[in-house]
Design a protein around this ligand. Sequence first.
Ligand code: FE2
Length: 507
Amino acid sequence: MNPDATPPDRAPDPPVAPDRSDGPAEVAPPCRVMVVDDEEVIREILSDFLTMEGFQVITACDGEHALEQLDAHPINLVISDLKMPRMGGLELLANVREIHPEVVTLIMTGYGTVETAIEAMKRGAFDYVLKPFKVEEVMHTVRRGIEQQRLRAENIELKAALSLYRLAGRLGEEVELGPTLDLIVDTVRTQTRADRTGVILVPSEHGAWEAGDAPFTQHDLTPRARQATEPVIARNRRVFDWLVEAPHTEDITSLLMVPLVSRGARVGTLVAARDGGRPFAEGARKLGTIIADRAAAAVANAQLFETLEATFRTTIEAFVTALEDKDRYTAGHSERVADFARVTAEEMGLPPAEVELIHQAGRLHDIGKLTLRSEELNKPGPLTDEEYERFKAHPRYGEELLGPIPTFRDVIPAVGGHHERWDGKGYPRGIAGLEIPLMARIMAVADTYDAMTSHRAYRSALAHSKAVAELKRCRGTQFDPDIVDAFLVAIEKWRDQREAEGREYPR
Ligand SMILES: [Fe+2]
């Protein structure tokens, strides 16, 4: 058989809307039964009785004709003879299982072929009836088959509803784009049993995005797919009406594609694909539509959040610059501390993500000084008690400033703890040893080294060797000894590199 055959009433040209012929879900659609037999008289008898029972009936004279009908109409149940020309009952059964797994199949057979009927049931037929049959018996079996299908569909819907409920809950908690996309892709993959899933975001200021293990990008969508407004399922060659054929797409045999639309704007495309096996059935399209509905809103929100977050970042960076402008003696201090903290973290073998975080923390560690007055920051003489108290509060002010912004959540320990001391004599909390967050312990060493080796309002810069001697002296009292050791190795490498690049460094 040729699954690519397109019956004339199922032309795929746009818009390829979902097959509405079974009506919207709000009214129970009439059940459609197909009678497949090469004997016209049997087709007629069964048709008449099934119609009287309230079923819509379609007939086919053999397996091939039946498959064409299945492609053209949604059908609930197929009742088929075993022996027919062109394609017999067993082969038809195998094809129905493969292409339309939701369809219930019933086999009719003569007394001599009961073994074949049993074989048919092993291959997934719901039941069989023996010829010559009593009509009432056939009607009864059909009704049981339809009931079983209804229960199965309900069960699937319940399972889907449960997982969608979970998805909606988790999407509600997630604000970041990456995890949002991962959640959507995971749910689609498990719910539709796809081999590959992905979300392709419409290029925006965030660029072209993709998620999941599928290497799908905007370039994989045909112009028609980008214009599509309705969910699509396609199989075999039809897949390439929607996806551009390429080495990474050529194995796809079945495709589910759902546009993600939020507040009237296309935000992306949900793609699920199978490489071989059963093609996606109508249920997958419905499920995809429901998931896409929630996914589109979540993606739009996450994108909005990213924009907000980017604004926050820019604002905070502007604050850092403002701070350094305010205090002419500490120009470049935050940047240098960030650098020293980074090379120390690298020397300690911390994972790259943590190194990056420590670098960011370095830039922000003194952000709380924004609350100090300019003349206090630049005061050449000693601070009054009151001024000193206010100065000592700057790590806490920093925590308060960054607290409400989720992006900066992870750098807060470094900001709040960079004036704590290993021996517990620091501020603002006076915590000691390993109680002090690792990032803060690193920051303390980096901060002190830079403070010593740069000019301040109240003294001139110390030489590198003097600063090193001072760090060694305070190793185990003011500073975590392990971090001082790592720093001393890292700073020498850093200085060598600066020298090689012809850039400035503390002499
Ligand atoms: Fe500080």
